[in-house]
Design a protein around this ligand. Structure first.
Ligand code: FE2
Length: 304
């Protein structure tokens, strides 16, 4: 075999192996991440917050459902779901069933665009030069988002889509403000705008897509902790380097994990946790160097 042909063959074999690993192995290799967040008043007991996001559930994802079912053993005090939970009309009941006893715990949810609109084929390379914002030209949702929300709300979880409210969790009095997904023009921060209550033990901001302009408003209103998903952590990352894209206005350095927002500033800036999420679009069914994840955040008293 000539050298160029041999090189091409080797490249094709390596590419096929990488794709097989990313779609069969890593996509089902769920990780539980843990992080401490110093965000509570002095003297508070730690609060265990389970952050779920971007499950994109389709029929037949038994490993994902089984892993979800196992998470109640973590005994979280609060569960937050930052959206893109489903990707198929038949996914609501299996998802609610897998959440199971987690639904009996205090919870908060917002929707992502994929809870409303069924997935459509897309060129994954487009994420290198743009985001999904305004790319969805459909206006009539075709997925049972209301049924999904009704199921979580019926269990007692707070619907935080363009809403503010108060919840009790782990003995703490928590003010929650949330917005719907900005990528389908449904985020209305003006509905929740205004200073967060300084007498609450914690001020929690929840959204699907971590758009800096929206997070600036949460920060200005005095929220302590912001939770978001949407980025999939970059989904296809470079080993040893990290993510290349976030599919939103956030820079790749904050594609997942615990950071502050804004990046620079004083100690009053909110903490930001971006979940890399548990799934993918069924049309882009692979993850590389970016395992699907849920996160157990342990909220602890502020330092100093
Ligand atoms: Fe997503």
């Amino acid at each position: 075999m000539r050298a160029p042909l041999r090189a091409l063959t080797l490249a094709a074999v390596a590419g096929g192996a990488a794709l097989g690993y990313a779609s069969i192995v890593e996509r089902n290799w769920f990780a539980l991440r843990r992080a401490d967040v110093p965000v509570l008043p002095a003297g508070s007991e730690p609060l265990r917050l389970l952050h779920l996001s971007d499950m994109h559930l389709t029929p037949g994802r038994h490993r994902l459902l089984s892993w979800l079912r196992s998470l109640d053993a973590l005994a979280p005090d609060l569960v937050v779901n930052t959206g893109d939970s489903i990707a198929h009309a038949e996914s609501v009941l299996p998802l609610l069933d897998a959440l199971g006893p987690l639904l009996d715990r205090p919870g908060v949810f917002v929707y992502g665009s994929n809870d409303l609109y069924s997935p459509i084929p897309a060129n994954p390379l487009r994420y290198l030069w743009g985001t999904s914002a305004k790319r969805n030209h459909r206006h009539v949702p075709d997925l049972p988002w209301a049924e999904l929300g009704a199921g979580m709300a019926a269990a007692g979880w707070m619907d935080a889509n363009n809403a503010r409210g108060r919840i009790k969790a782990g003995g703490l009095d928590i003010e929650v403000g949330g917005v719907h997904d900005s990528h389908v023009s449904r985020a209305h921060y003006e509905d929740i705008a205004g200073p967060a209550d300084p007498t609450a033990d914690l001020r929690l901001g929840v959204m699907h897509s971590p758009e800096p302009a929206i997070m600036d408003q949460f920060a200005a209103d005095g929220y302590d902790l912001l939770l978001a998903g949407h980025t999939h952590g970059g989904q296809v990352c470079v080993p040893g380097y990290g993510s290349l894209v976030t599919n939103c206005g956030l820079e790749p350095e904050r594609a997942s994990g615990l950071h502050r927002h804004p990046v620079e500033g004083g100690p009053a800036r909110p903490w930001l946790h971006v979940s890399a999420g548990l799934g993918t679009s069924p049309w882009v069914p692979f993850r590389f160097a970016c395992r699907p994840e849920a996160t157990l955040l342990t909220l602890v008293p502020r330092i100093g």
